[in-house]
Design a protein around this ligand. Structure first.
Ligand SMILES: *Cc1c(COP(=O)(O)O)cnc(C)c1O
Length: 366
């Protein structure tokens, strides 16, 4: 019997930094400042610098990060925000939580990322922003989407929840938009030991307002003065300490993911086509997504071989019951949703695991 290959090996990734994590969380336990401890500011500095951006504000999770950016930009009731239909529901949820209306648009058939022409065509007098989602680890077509945003005077938000460390034409995810939202959910490329997130931006005034909004609207100089109605969404000290312990390993882990993706490209049978990566993009390979006409048979073969898999995402956002008020017909994403299959790509895997997965897929006959 072959060993099980997990779709996502969170325990394995964290066991590589076990000692660092032990030291980190013990020191927080010692000083007891679980919220607002010195670890938070340290991680914020490290992550801003990693993203080649001016500022980072730790928040509760990636969904909050998106909503706080929108609110900090005064985007809300009466505004529309353009969102690609191929994303995790959280992207559209955050738009709704901010009080705005998501306007779903179709994706590029090669990369499955937001289609700049579709975004352009969806702009109307109520449009306030575009959320570019760097899905599967690959950044959006930054020059073309940024040009659409500029032409219409819109904010460009980066949903970078799946793209820690990715680059486009040399520029890091988190450094190219008006502001970017990161998630450190345990399964992301940089994962905390629970929920966590951050806003990254080149604009310190946006960072200041996000910090205030996520801390009950408090004035930074006098916490008893609530300058505006905020909420509670903060990064806690233990998560910040864990993230600082793991950040130095991120580039190596992303390189490992990249090597695994190359192995897939070399070994996959021709009926499984990896999602295209633009020559200008350096993907963080959060997910190894292929397209196939025989997904059902592939999935049952993987199940029999005890190999994990996923589908991101089986139901596009615009067809979700929660967003039935924002229905569209978006043929490219609807077709892709029936064909996409995510294969294991945890940095703890080896080339031999990829070879075994490809062998199992080769045995699937049409
Ligand atoms: C994970 C994810 C989010 C949400 O992040 P949370 O930290 O879980 O709130 C948002 N967008 C995308 C594309 C994601 O993958």
């Amino acid at each position: 019997m072959n060993d099980l290959i997990r779709f996502l090996d969170v325990a394995g990734v964290n066991s590589d930094v076990r000692e660092e994590l032990d030291i980190a969380w013990k020191s927080v336990l010692q000083h007891g400042r679980f919220v607002g401890g010195p670890e938070v500011e340290l991680f914020e500095e490290q992550f801003a610098s990693y993203c080649e951006a001016s500022a980072c504000v730790g928040v509760g999770n990636g969904t909050d990060a998106l909503q706080l950016i929108l609110t900090a930009l005064s985007i809300g009731a009466g505004d529309e925000v353009i969102v690609p239909a191929n994303t995790f529901a959280a992207t559209a949820e955050a738009v709704c939580s901010a009080g705005a209306r998501p306007r779903f648009v179709d994706v590029d058939p090669g990369t499955l990322l937001i289609d700049p022409a579709a975004a352009d065509a969806a702009v109307n007098s109520r449009t306030a922003a575009i959320v570019g989602v760097h899905l599967f680890g690959q950044m959006i077509d930054v020059p073309r989407v940024a040009a659409v945003a500029r032409r219409h005077g819109l904010a460009l938000l980066e949903d970078a929840a799946q793209a820690h460390g990715a680059r486009y034409a040399g520029h890091r995810a988190g450094s190219v938009g008006t502001a970017a939202a990161f998630s450190f959910y345990p399964g992301k490329n940089l994962g905390a030991l629970g929920d966590a997130g951050a806003v990254v931006t080149q604009d310190r005034s946006i960072a200041d307002r996000v910090r205030r909004l996520g801390n009950h609207g408090c004035s930074p100089t006098n916490r008893h003065v609530h300058r505006e109605r905020g909420r509670n969404s903060r990064l806690d000290s233990i998560q910040a300490a864990a993230l600082s312990a793991k950040l130095p390993k991120l580039d190596d882990e992303n390189r490992r993911r990249s090597a695994l993706m190359e192995a897939y490209a070399a070994l996959l049978p021709s009926s499984y086509v990896p999602v295209a990566v633009s020559p200008a993009a350096q993907s963080a390979h959060h997910l190894a997504v292929v397209r196939t006409a025989q997904r059902e048979r592939a999935v049952s073969a993987l199940n029999s071989a005890a190999i994990g898999w996923g589908v991101h995402y089986p139901v596009p956002c615009h067809l979700q019951p929660a967003f039935s008020a924002f229905r569209e017909r978006l043929p490219t994403v609807e077709t892709a949703a029936r064909q996409i299959l995510s294969l294991p790509i945890s940095p703890t895997l080896g080339e031999a695991d990829v070879a075994r997965i490809c062998d199992v897929l080769r045995g699937v006959t049409s």
